[in-house]
Design a protein around this ligand. Structure first.
Ligand SMILES: Nc1ncnc2c1ncn2[C@@H]1O[C@H](COP(=O)(O)OP(=O)(O)OP(=O)(O)O)[C@@H](O)[C@H]1O
Length: 247
């Protein structure tokens, strides 16, 4: 993403690193585990204490562009961190939201969440709502939205939207497109409902299984890409003029 697209955000870095700490889950509480991180939301700092250290050992402090503690809502994450990126994509820049972390740390919860109740929806469904509500308000522009969904599992790339999702795809590179996945399908979507069903189809084809730390582990990396093309609508007089001048 270009720095211009992020000017509205705190700082103007092209890459922002944000940390979200989830609450201890029931199993961790039952096992008698203790929280060893403190999140200083105002300072953007994570303080990690050594559970085996003595009381005088100071916590180690790490500073990020933004941190969220266990009280933050899905809506807050979308509004503060994701929405400016979606806005800049709608203005024509490339943007990526990438969740990284150990199994069970909350990547799927943050990116996808649960469909109901609405406050549990993650960045992806909130992005769908936002894109289509913005498009609905823009009467002078025409949009074409397409979606693709791939999975990287054991170094293999699979198209989660293909009729044959087990077929391995190849990664290619050329001067025009840069890096791309050959034969990856893209579906045109015209509404929140349509793009949600594309996500659902792909999700069913993902490789999942339990890990010791997460009952619903994804066990793979996945990339959901939304491509938005926009054209200005010509009013009737401008369209007639363009036609008569042969443009
Ligand atoms: N902020 C949060 N608040 C409440 N529950 C959460 C939060 N983050 C994660 N969880 C819960 O913790 C569990 C593990 O989260 P999740 O499946 O999102 O982890 P993950 O990082 O995607 O793991 P994996 O890499 O194994 O797929 C889930 O049951 C999820 O609902």
């Amino acid at each position: 993403m270009s720095a211009k697209g992020l000017e509205s955000q705190k700082g103007s870095e092209a890459v922002r690193v944000v940390v979200r700490c989830r609450p201890l889950n029931a199993k961790e509480k039952n096992d008698g585990r203790k929280r060893i991180v403190d999140m200083d939301v105002d300072a953007g700092q994570v303080k990690v204490s050594n559970p085996k250290g003595d009381d005088h050992e100071p916590p180690k402090t790490f500073t990020f562009d933004q941190v969220y503690d266990w009280n933050c809502s899905q809506t807050e994450i979308f509004d503060v961190t994701a929405r400016p990126i979606v806005d800049s994509c709608m203005e024509g820049y490339n943007g990526t939201i990438f969740a990284y972390g150990q199994t069970g740390t909350g990547k799927s919860h943050t990116m996808e969440g649960k469909e109901e109740p609405p406050e549990l929806r993650g960045i992806i469904p909130n992005t769908f709502d936002y894109i289509f509500s913005r498009i609905g308000r823009e009467s002078s522009k025409e949009y074409l939205v397409r979606a693709s969904y791939l999975e990287i599992y054991n170094e293999d790339i699979r198209d989660l939207l293909s009729k044959n999702p087990n077929t391995k795809l190849e990664m290619k590179e050329n001067a025009d497109k840069g890096v791309y996945i050959k034969d990856l399908m893209q579906f045109v979507v015209k509404s929140r409902e349509e793009i949600t069903s594309v996500l659902e189809v792909g999700r069913k084809n993902r490789s999942v299984g339990a890990t010791q730390m997460n009952q619903d582990s994804s066990r793979s990396h996945s990339i959901f890409t939304i491509t938005i093309e926009v054209t200005e609508k010509l009013d009737a007089a401008a369209a007639a003029q363009a036609a008569s001048s042969g443009t």
